[in-house]
Design a protein around this ligand. Structure first.
Ligand SMILES: C[S@@+](CC[C@H](N)C(=O)[O-])C[C@H]1O[C@@H](n2cnc3c(N)ncnc32)[C@H](O)[C@@H]1O
Length: 446
């Protein structure tokens, strides 16, 4: 008995040596939001099998996105399915979410697997062609009651809004908070492309991706992402905003994309407000810069918890200072120095996280230098023309009872949580010898 078993094992081992094992990622041309991850001993044969599926349309061509040789394909396949189960379609064992970021996760995981042998093929990103749409029947500007300047200004504003957050910045910030705050919560990303916008999956929001990827780990109940279809209904196709709802079941994830009639996807659309007020627990996004004031107003009035990115200078901007005075918002842990432009190139940014979630033990608070006024070096303290004290370089006069002006840094580093308050609802604009110097925030010891 033992000898037969031994013999069988030897044969199996010999076969295994002769047969190479592959892991592949394949995609159908008509289903750009999905891919299949599988294993095979014969890549050519498997691709032919995919392309011969009965009932499949002729235009739906399967192509490999990635293939590699591994030592134990079943093990690697199981590991990847386990690791990315949150990206797995609920109805299928092998269909996974596809977009450029998710694809990168899969490949990085496979390539760093201890059973990985060598890469056979990786599809490089194709350059998408710009499609020019010429609409001959557009009425002239005067008939539409707008000027050329209005159009240019609007175009510039829209362009300035199209910057995207990198997933690393989201990971870095969220890692700072107590994980329990997310448990059983519905996260609402109300300015985000959830999976793709059908034409360009490169625009998938890193917020959506982050929460899908960490859905189980954070213990979320639901993720809702709403996508802005643009304010103008160009060809009377109906507003193209959508709502993406994502839940996780024991069988995998279930993502439903809905295009309600007339829904713009704007954060102030009645349907978005309904989700905000009735379903959302925590709002998390990077809202459009051009509409940040309206966005903050709606968000703060909702009374919901939030963690968002906005301009770092908001803490000394007249439109936002009242929120800081009323402790309706405070700064998060990190600044955001880079965004991605629509071509996925890194560009410099002046972003900052803002929140009303508990911020505990701010590491940067130690950059605030408390000391008696007389000990602050002369070059970092001066009085303006109205005898208000201005202090710079992170110095705070701990024995000073009157209001004094500080720059952004102490506010960002948490001075409002350390016994100081803002005492003027507007930015403080000091003059020295009749000349305006840079604007600050007027604070006072409580
Ligand atoms: C700064 S980008 C950030 C996108 C994404 N949240 C991220 O962090 O990568 C702001 C996005 O808001 C979208 N947007 C513009 N107006 C909007 C509105 N009224 N409601 C919702 N989103 C809007 C823009 O199209 C743009 O993609």
């Amino acid at each position: 008995m033992e000898t037969i078993l031994q013999k069988k094992t030897e044969i199996n081992m010999k076969e295994a040596e002769d047969t190479k094992q592959y892991i592949y990622i394949v995609q159908a041309s008509l289903e750009p939001s999905w891919c299949k991850i599988g294993k095979t001993n014969d890549l050519d044969r498997r691709l032919k099998e995919y392309n011969n599926i009965t009932g499949k349309s002729k235009e739906n061509i399967y192509q490999y996105l990635f293939a590699c040789e591994v030592q134990d394909m079943t093990q690697v396949e199981n590991d990847i399915k386990d690791k990315y189960s949150v990206f797995k379609q609920v109805k299928s064992k092998e269909i996974f979410l596809y977009n450029t970021d998710a694809f990168k996760f899969y490949i990085d995981f496979i390539k760093s697997h201890k059973l990985f042998i060598k890469e056979i093929f990786t599809k490089t990103e194709e350059k998408k062609e710009d499609i020019k749409i010429v609409k001959k029947t557009t009425p002239p500007l005067n008939e539409r009651g707008i000027t050329r300047k209005d159009v240019l200004q609007k175009a510039q504003k829209v362009k300035n809004d199209e910057f995207y957050t990198q997933i690393e910045d989201i990971e870095k910030e969220i890692a700072m908070y107590d994980k329990n705050i997310w448990k059983e919560k519905c996260v609402f990303c109300n300015c985000d492309d959830a999976v793709d916008d059908e034409k360009d999956e490169r625009r998938t929001s890193a917020f959506a991706l982050y929460f899908m990827k960490n859905f189980k780990e954070l213990g979320l109940k639901k993720l809702i992402c709403t996508h802005y279809g643009g304010g103008i209904d160009l060809f009377n196709q109906g507003a193209k905003g959508y709502i993406y709802t994502y839940i996780f079941t024991k069988d995998g994830f279930e993502g439903i994309k809905e295009y309600p009639k007339g829904y713009t996807g704007s954060f102030d659309d009645p349907l978005s407000l309904k989700i905000l007020n009735e379903e959302a627990d925590i709002i998390c996004t990077n809202p459009p810069f051009s509409k940040a004031r309206d966005y903050w107003k709606i968000l703060i009035e909702s009374g919901k918890k939030f963690l968002i990115i906005s301009n770092i200078t908001n803490v000394k901007n007249d439109a936002y200072i009242p929120y800081f005075i009323k402790s309706q918002v405070w700064t998060g842990y990190n600044s955001v120095y880079e965004f991605l432009n629509p071509k996925k190139e890194k560009v410099r940014a002046t972003g900052r996280w803002y929140t009303n979630l508990p911020v505990i033990d701010r590491p940067k608070s130690k950059n605030i230098k408390f000391m008696k006024l007389k000990d602050i070096p002369e070059k970092f303290k001066k009085y303006d023309d109205t005898k208000i004290l201005l202090v710079d370089n992170g110095y705070i006069p701990s024995n000073y009872k009157k209001p004094f002006a500080v720059s952004l840094a102490p506010i960002l580093n948490g001075i409002l949580e350390m016994g100081y308050k803002i005492v003027q609802e507007k930015q403080y604009r000091p003059y020295i010898n009749g000349k305006e110097v840079f604007g600050r925030i007027l604070v006072q010891k409580i």
